[in-house]
Design a protein around this ligand. Structure first.
Ligand code: GTP
Ligand code: MG
Length: 461
């Protein structure tokens, strides 16, 4: 998978947004930090990273969510759109209309020109075009042979003359024959660096060939150094686009992709392996979608919608405070919680609870327990849920335990917990909006209250 690490980090970040109950400054700051970290690890230029995150923050401050989008969805939309813009905005296609259309590949030694020539030939051949390959590389001794082997793999004719030292002459020699093709892909020689001599050679070939597309081939492993390469080739050889190769094997590819997009050079294809089929067209939307683990923005928004909404969570909080709380509410609460992820989030929604520090391990134990509770509640009848204290006797405890696949002790524990919660809620109601310190004290007095009795296996009654 291309840029796997960057993808993982961005997916994690997005998950964080999805799980968050509300969008506040803390979440946004966390998100911005996550994105910065992920991009810097992909060798994206520091200044560009900060520009991007500033842009995300500015938009969040200035713009209002459009109708139909919650704040959270809006946040995801902005992150998606800005990443797409960062990675090149829109797809840039190659048109094949002249006969023959000529694509010339240029670049430095070893970045993948010859390999990519073969890949492009296969790509267009598969789409029904009559394709020819041509080698004008008079530098590398076996350049023609290398291209010939690639052509042989896919049954595409390869033109060239290993004895000649003049690329323009080679082209002229076959110019007539090439008219029979829809598309000619021309491989050129590389150099260690973009020397005046290489510029001169490329311009000479270009003048003779008058290629429709001059594509710069850059290995993604150069990271942000791609910017300088893309810029100089752009300025001196008038390149019309870029192909970034080796993207599957490098963590730095994000840097290369983004570096190219700032030069205005459009990335047309990406190379994702050494084999002849390892070539993909490049669309920033699709690419960002893939990185984020979803095909498109709609998919991402859908994911965010699955999580609990701010309103739902607030309702829950209010109910808890009012003390109107039966097992059905507990059940609803659990369903909501399982959608939301961390239990701590629900508590944050209850006014006053947000500031109370709960031990991390305790929350973990509680989350484990919640899973079992859900099985138990699933096994209860409506009557049992509505009025547990009245109707659940020992026989029912046994039936419920069997149905849920838990012990009777666990059923009793749940009921005990429920009673305690209810008692605590009543006390809360009496207290009104007590200070966090007061509440914390009270929770301790009640043996930890709703969160307490983590290790208490005491039976019912
Ligand atoms: N992993 C990976 N390797 C690639 C990719 N594209 C090219 N390569 C490898 O990069 C090396 C150089 O590729 P070439 O196609 O010979 O590069 P070139 O630009 O023609 O090099 P010169 O002719 O010396 O200028 C070869 O080992 C290729 O297999 C890619 O997308 N992924
Ligand atoms: Mg080559």
């Amino acid at each position: 998978m291309v840029l796997e690490k960057l993808g993982f980090s961005l997916k994690d970040t997005l998950q964080k947004i999805s799980n968050a109950v509300f969008v506040d400054e803390k979440l946004v700051n966390e998100l911005v930090k996550d994105i910065q970290r992920a991009l810097l690890q992909s060798d994206v230029n520091v200044k560009m990273v900060f520009d991007l995150t500033k842009q995300i923050k500015d938009r969040l401050m200035k713009e209002e969510p459009p109708a139909g989008l919650t704040k959270k969805e809006f946040l995801i939309k902005i992150v998606y759109e800005e990443l797409v813009r960062f990675l090149g905005e829109s797809e840039s296609k190659i048109e094949i209309k002249n006969k023959p259309t000529k694509i010339m590949l240029v670049g430095l030694f070893g970045h993948g020109k010859t390999t990519t020539s073969g890949k492009l030939a296969k790509y267009y051949q598969k789409r029904g075009y009559k394709v020819a390959l041509m080698s004008t590389d008079t530098w590398r001794p076996a350049a023609f042979e290398q291209l010939k082997q690639l052509g042989a793999q896919i049954n595409v004719p390869v033109y060239g003359n290993p004895k000649s030292k003049d690329p323009v002459k080679i082209y002229k020699e076959f110019e007539g024959e090439l008219k029979n093709f829809d598309l000619v892909i021309i491989d050129t020689a590389g150099r260690d660096a973009l020397s005046d001599e290489l510029i001169e050679e490329l311009n000479k070939i270009n003048k003779a060939i008058n290629a429709d597309e001059r594509l710069l081939v850059i290995g993604g492993d150069v990271g942000q150094a791609a910017e300088r390469q893309a810029r100089t080739f752009h300025e001196t050889c008038n390149v019309t686009g870029v192909i970034i190769t080796k993207l599957e094997g490098t963590a730095k590819g994000g840097g290369a992709l983004i570096a190219c997009s700032v030069t205005g050079a459009k990335v047309k294809f990406i190379g994702v392996g050494e084999k002849i089929a390892d070539l993909e067209t490049y669309s920033p939307e699709r690419f960002v979608g893939k990185l984020l683990g979803m095909g498109d923005l709609e998919g991402l928004l859908e994911k965010a919608r699955e999580a609990i909404t701010e309103e739902e969570a607030q309702d829950l909080g209010k109910k808890l405070l009012k003390g109107e709380f039966n097992l059905i509410d507990l059940y609803e609460q659990m369903k909501a919680m399982s959608k939301m992820g961390p239990l701590g989030k629900v508590l944050e929604m209850v006014p006053g609870f947000g500031q109370i520090k709960l031990p991390k391990e305790a929350l973990q134990v509680q989350e484990e327990k919640l899973k079992k509770w859900k099985y138990i509640l699933d096994s209860c009848t409506k009557e049992e849920l509505e009025d547990p204290e009245e109707v659940i006797d020992s026989a029912r405890v046994e039936r419920i335990a069997k149905g849920a696949g838990v012990s009777t002790g666990e059923v009793r524990e749940l009921i005990k917990q429920y009673r305690q919660s209810k008692k605590m809620m009543k006390t809360f109601k009496g207290m009104g909006n007590g200070s966090p310190a007061q509440m914390e004290k009270m929770m301790k007095r009640m043996g930890g209250g709703m969160m307490g009795n983590m290790k208490n296996k005491a039976a019912f009654k």
